[in-house]
Design a protein around this ligand. Structure first.
Ligand code: MD6
Ligand code: FE
Length: 218
């Protein structure tokens, strides 16, 4: 049984699933790195804590967020933006660890996007009952660069929609260690995360952590 065929944790096979033009689900590809990633997240959250951001519409997001990298994604009454300074601390975001960078770069290449160089990793923490409403990721300068998204801990149902908001969505189960990559013609697909079910995962306890790597500044 080689490492390539079977991820160490749980013996789940690594498997690359093509979802659409430019969109792939890489089952189990982050299982081996998961504990290191979670440890780094814990450490970085001491510097830039998780917080529930406010939307331009005046709602508080149920998902708690933080970032690492040269810039971080933030939201408040005035809109969504990338900022080099964490507005909560007044200091730069934690540096993106080299193993985060390397992993995202390798995964993107595996999905047909060589030369990916993320400058931000948005870190989302979902408690049971929390969700992410249907949205597009379009705050980045270069909308050709892909997004690499790593799921850790409790499972989620992810809705992969179309380019138009009203297009029908496809439901995908995302489990610990799964990696979603999308770019090219899929880059502006709408998507959502349905409310997380109550549960316990040995790696995270009662939450789901999602890392999304982006090239925000071109
Ligand atoms: C999540 N992900 O999985 C939220 N966006 O928790 C996203 O919003 C997302 O997974 C763009 C590309 C991939 C993603
Ligand atoms: Fe998104």
């Amino acid at each position: 049984m080689t490492d390539d065929l079977f991820a160490a944790v749980g013996g789940l096979p690594k498997q690359k699933e093509a979802l659409a033009d430019g969109a792939f689900l890489l089952h189990g590809y982050a299982c081996n790195q998961a504990n290191d990633f979670l440890e780094a997240v814990h450490r970085m959250a001491l510097q830039s804590p998780f917080r529930q951001m406010e939307t331009p519409g005046g709602y508080r997001m149920s998902v708690a967020m933080t970032n690492c990298g040269a810039v971080g994604w933030t939201s408040d009454r005035h809109g969504y933006r990338y900022s080099a300074i964490d507005p909560l601390t007044g200091h730069p975001w934690p540096t993106m660890p080299a193993d985060f960078q390397d992993f995202a770069r390798e995964i993107a290449a595996e999905a047909g996007f060589p030369g990916f160089s993320p400058d931000v990793c948005l870190i989302n923490r979902y408690a049971p009952g929390t969700k992410l409403s249907l949205h597009q990721d379009k705050d980045e300068v270069d909308l050709l660069a892909p997004i690499v998204s790593v799921s850790l801990g409790l499972p989620a149902i992810f809705v992969l929609g179309g380019l138009k908001r009203q297009d029908p969505g496809r439901r995908l189960g995302l489990r610990h260690g799964d990696v979603l990559v999308w770019g090219g013609p899929s880059r502006l697909r709408h998507h959502a995360v349905l409310p997380i079910k109550e549960g316990h995962h040995p790696a995270t306890g009662n939450c789901r952590i999602n890392l999304t790597f982006r090239q925000a500044r071109g």
